[in-house]
Design a protein around this ligand. Structure first.
Ligand code: CUA
Length: 344
């Protein structure tokens, strides 16, 4: 029985170690951002102090158990002073010091602590995806927040339907997204890279799969990304020089055909593509869909197979999301995919 319990404990520890590995991409204990770093330092300080205090308390308790008869010889008279110092003065000093450090971290990470002219991103939570807009340049994207490195980026967060929470563990703590209200926070990292984010407020069936990425670029690279995103969508049209009817269909023809299918289907009621008649607002903007690394808010890599699967049967990938499936004939689906893949 005891061996069984020990085996279970070992298995549980191995499981925890596995979790730690799997969640490294969302680890608060491996910070890369200014705000997360400040919170991590505070947490480490508290952990070290708590560990030392615990060891001392356990040590004193053990000593008291082993030497409990010593009071008979009169040495116990020092006890009141010991209780006053160890039980009152030392804890008060420790707690005051931690309060001071917590207050300093609160001030350093304050949501208002950002320059008025800082880069500005607005993020709106939807069931179950993230609408990301850059109001100063008119760029709209989804499920990817691109930021420049080395500066504070102001974020304005709100929600469209229910409460969500914006959390990028390696860069910052959580900020709630509340319908009808705008909450402010900021992000800063000095290391270019991709950082995973996660909805941190239960919002329905697909809460756990409401993910996103923050992509931090060097400032020049960020500007290039922003300029590319501000361009209208690719607009494939059938080439004037018609190919022989019997020959293979060219990519351009396929894309133009896909564009027609998109514009004449129900896609346009929910999705917008800048520069076209598609102006739906219920789902993610698709103007530069092909430039995104993931689909379905960070759930599947953006490639042809996944995109096709998502269009045909999104409910099997994220049950309860707002997108209905489609029963397009295979030939039309291929054309639609060719068009969507041209939206770089
Ligand atoms: Cu959105 Cu949980």
């Amino acid at each position: 029985m005891r061996a069984g319990a020990a085996a279970a404990a070992v298995a549980a520890l191995a499981g925890l170690a596995g979790c730690a590995g799997a969640t490294e991409q969302q680890s608060m204990l491996n910070p890369s951002g200014t705000r997360a770093q400040a919170v991590d330092t505070l947490w480490q300080t508290m952990l070290i102090i708590a560990t030392v205090v615990w060891l001392i308390v356990v040590g004193v308790m053990a000593a008291a158990l082993l030497r409990r008869n010593r009071a008979k010889d009169g040495s116990g008279r020092r006890a009141p002073l010991f209780v006053a110092v160890a039980g009152g003065i030392i804890p008060a000093v420790i707690l005051l010091a931690l309060t001071a450090q917590s207050t300093a971290v609160l001030r350093a990470t304050d949501s208002g602590a950002v320059e008025p002219g800082a880069p500005f991103v607005s993020v709106t939570g939807h069931q179950y995806w993230w609408e990301v807009t850059y109001p100063n340049s008119g760029v709209v994207t989804a499920n990817e927040v691109h930021i420049p490195t080395g500066q504070r980026v102001r974020l304005e967060l709100t929600a469209d339907d229910v409460i969500h929470s914006f959390w990028v563990p390696k860069l910052s703590g959580k900020t709630d997204m509340i319908p009808g209200r705008s909450n402010t926070m900021w992000l800063q990292t000095d290391q270019p890279g991709t950082y995973w984010g996660q909805c941190a407020e239960y919002c329905g069936w697909q809460h756990a799969l409401m993910r996103f990425v923050v992509v931090a670029h060097e400032p020049a690279e960020f500007q290039a990304w922003l300029s590319a995103q501000a361009e209208p969508a690719a607009n494939p049209t059938t080439p004037a020089t018609a190919t022989p009817a019997a020959g293979p269909v060219s990519t351009a023809e396929l894309q133009a055909r896909g564009r027609e299918i998109f514009m004449s289907s129900s896609c346009v009621y929910c999705h917008a593509i800048a520069g076209t008649e598609a102006t739906g607002k219920l789902g993610p903007d698709l103007t530069h869909l092909a430039s995104r690394e993931y689909l379905a808010s960070g759930v599947i890599p953006n490639n042809r197979g996944n995109l096709g699967g998502w269009i045909v049967d999104p409910q099997s990938i994220k049950p309860g999301n707002q997108m209905p499936g489609t029963d397009l004939p295979g030939e039309e689906l291929q054309a639609l995919l060719a068009y969507l893949e041209s939206l770089e």
